[in-house]
Design a protein around this ligand. Sequence first.
Ligand SMILES: [Zn+2]
Length: 201
Amino acid sequence: MAKSIAGPEIERLIQLLAKLPGLGPRSARRAALHLVKRREQLLAPLTAAMGEALEKVAICSVCGNIDSRDPCTICCDPARDQSTVVVVEDVSDLWALERAKALNAAYHVLGGVLSPLEGIGPEDLTIRQLIDRIHRGGVRELVLAVNATVEGQTTAHYIMDQLDGLDVKVTRLAHGVPVGGELDYLDEGTLAAAMRSRTAL
Ligand SMILES: [Zn+2]
């Protein structure tokens, strides 16, 4: 590692910024320099916003969404069809579907996908909570909006097996969602169309 030319505080800032997705050491250094140069305009409000996020942001105990209230705004919204639950891998997928206004429904965030290679099993995801949620009643349709990767499809099959004997309709996003493509990278029109023409499993 290069010898530090700035103080340890800035070095620490760079190291932390470099842990953010999409930022390597070089862009972390640029970001850190940008922040300290704009102390009042950027560093101070960013610090305050981070402190507030740390204090207030929570994970919804019903669906796994991130919000400043628990249950989250989506789970509490009476104008939403709470009987349709869209199952997604990550909160970023939920956000993508919301941006696309794909469906006025509820969600369930799995927290990842099954991956034996990476040692991720069913107990590492919120599949149990999803099944419990269906057992509590009120869910009529489950839309499996997992990514079209091998792991995503394995996860979908596993969930289907767990639903055996439960009275719930299962659908998935229509084809047109590219294989291996993450929902977050799809344009909003494609996502909304894939949701509209979802097919029964
Ligand atoms: Zn929620």
